[in-house]
Design a protein around this ligand. Sequence first.
Ligand code: TRP
Ligand code: ZN
Length: 884
Amino acid sequence: MKENNAPKTIRLADYKAPNFLIDTVHLDVRIYDDYTDVVSHLTLRANPDVPNAAAQPLELVGADLELLAIELDGVALPSERYEIAEETLSIEQVPAQFSLLIMTRIQPKSNTSLEGLYVSKGMYCTQCEAEGFRKITYYLDRPDVMARFTTRVEADKQAYPVLLSNGNPEEQGDLAGGRHYVIWEDPFKKPCYLFALVAGDLAVVEDSFTTMSGRPVKLQLFVEPHDLDKCDHAMDSLKRSMAWDEQVYGREYDLDIYMIVAVSHFNMGAMENKGLNIFNTSCVLANAKTTTDMGFQRVESVIAHEYFHNWSGNRVTCRDWFQLSLKEGFTVFRDQQFSADMGSETVNRIDDVNLLKTVQFAEDSGPMSHPVRPDSYIEINNFYTTTVYEKGAEVVRMIHRLLGKEGFRKGSDLYFSRHDGQAVTCDDFVKAMEEANGVDLTLFRRWYSQAGTPQLTVTSEYQPQQHQFSITFEQVTLPTPGQPHKQPLHIPVAIGLLGEDGRDLPLQLADGSTLDPANPVLELTAAKSTFVFTGIQSQPVASVLRGFSAPVKMVYEQPRAELAFLMSHDSDGFNRWNAAQRLTVAVLCDLMQAYNQAQPLEADPQLLDAFRRLLTDESLDQAMVAKMLELPTESFLAELLPKPVQVDAIHHAREGLKQALALGLRTELEQVMARCPLDTEYRYEVAAVARRSLRNTCLGYLMSIADDAATETCVQQYRQAGNMTDQLAAFRALVHSDRGEKQQVIADFYEQWQTEALVVDQWFMVQASSPQPDALEQVNGLMAHPAFEMTNPNKIRALIGGFCNNNPVNFHRADGAGYGFLADQIIALNKINPQVASRMATIMTRWANYDKDRADLIKEQLKRIKTEKLSPDVYEVVTKALNQ
Ligand code: TRP
Ligand code: ZN
């Protein structure tokens, strides 16, 4: 149904090269108390690749701008020579080559959308990706227009001593009235989404890095003075990232200076602006006292991610926003490789796959499902998704697996050298991989264009007489919006067969070929394929999809005894963990049934035994043990298990299993905790992180009983902990329990940490995600807390996101109060920050997964939201949710 004034859909099929190109930009940004004036001086020319381009009108885009002046080739344009519409400024006739001067006035102080130029805690900063530059000046705001930027920033010297932009500082000086200016020049041409500017009163931490060709690079991290004690880890991570990209990809940094600025108000994690990254404080600040191990890990990976963008994103950028995964999928893959090299490859892989299976699989089976390279969008901000990022990274990872490490490097070398300085497509990336390796990836390309998660059904049979093991794969992808018919995909399935002793058997196929023992992969290219292994002397146990070699939903019935066998013997760490998960899920399904029939919740002794072995075998990697003991989250189970989601059964089965395991293994759990004492001195090191995670996993189990003894241990840990990892684990365990002690602890924690914004976020998050039945009432109370801020996305994600995403049993309360709460917040946020509002709205798109009562309640709220005057961001999500 077509509605009036509905925002319009943008389609990849309609892509046209720009009629005009911009060679140089001189920006002069003058910051005043009440407004900011932007003078933009552009040199333009008709695009030589577009026939008759000079005859076309020039159409610049702009949003929320007040035009003060416009000149063409130095002459003021009379008002009849140009036309201003809602979001455009067009000039009918222009020369083949010309200059434009445009002066606009903007209001950064009232800009709560956090795109364009805005103010965060008194600091001016920008966010231009994807289309924020149009909120600064009229421009050709598209990534295939690349220009050389010079930026002059001018402001009051006392209030804004630090003035930054991309590139190198060229000149600075004082001006009348206590003002000053700095001129920055970026020698690399870039699309305007990589433009950045900062003005503030900031402290700086400096370091340096010498590149592989011996060039020194100055590294600067700008923060509020109060955060100077939280910079070391980011700086260290940056230097390791720079060295890693040289070693693994041969990529060197290219400017003399690399700056990072931390800001409190930020819509996403961080932004790779050329030479001037802007970071959410949550992704850059870290120290032992205020930051958990998970926080340290996040800082390391986001620092790496943004640094790696300098090549995969900035030097080689996207032609259009449909190609977003070109830079994001590849860069996520690169940061995942980096994190794997810095810590445990298996543990990192487990975390990444869990995110993919919980969030991306859910997205890909709902009304917002889209291919890694989408065909259309209403609002591009809605497409910074786990599909583009995480599934995109999986697609790159599959190419890596198909080509091998050396082949992949040949491909990336060709890609970077061929396309340096260009704005290109996902197809250009695949072509470089193909041509460097002499392979044909035609079929593989479907991963970019076809949405939905393939279901891979596996059956196997051992034929003792023939000493053969045959395994059959059937792939089916269900229809997704706009794609009713799906085609088979090229799926690499890493595989192993374990013999009776638990060792990998040699893999010989009946057709005479042998799989590479270093990387045994079956390549599926048809809807159904069978492989026959020969020379198998006894019934093997198959380990399929090792390392999660493809982003598919695998269904393979294996007896629980085989899962327990894989859990202790699989040479592939990921599948060892996955076997534990599959066994746990099977037991949870039993318990859900028991719960539904009001029967006692008892854990399968096979699982109890397997967990006992994990707890008592001191030779095992502690990080792996912790991972294997961790029960799948309720959201993971909601996505995995048949629909409608059994919200309450999932919750109670999971809690019941936790308690049953804790009661059955109490001594072992206490012994492990004794073996993993609290640290006297915090170190962010693989072994120490592993020890803390194992200890705190055990604490979580014990606190599911929450008797006096367990509570005493927990309170003691809370009081004695010398680092945030241990303190927060104890805090969470107490707050999520029904113990009266928690009231005092909640007050104490706030008292202790009220001056640390990021710790206060954790304080909100822990309370919001409590399974106790009064969680919504608590959240409602906290919305009025002085530390809560509706204009700060970190606070929204902690409190509102904490409740709606991380507290399924309370969010999905049968009375619908959770849905009403979320809808109220979406309506409020729609006016304040459409990007954040729309992220929150995606939670409501999954109504079809719930029972009719809940589905109706959610739809009712969606309809209520729809009666508001909506931003394109929220409009797109809400209409797609209602029209599914
Ligand atoms: N390019 C950024 C990254 O992934 C993403 C990003 C940061 C972003 N801020 C944004 C995307 C705001 C959209 C809007 O590294
Ligand atoms: Zn990115």
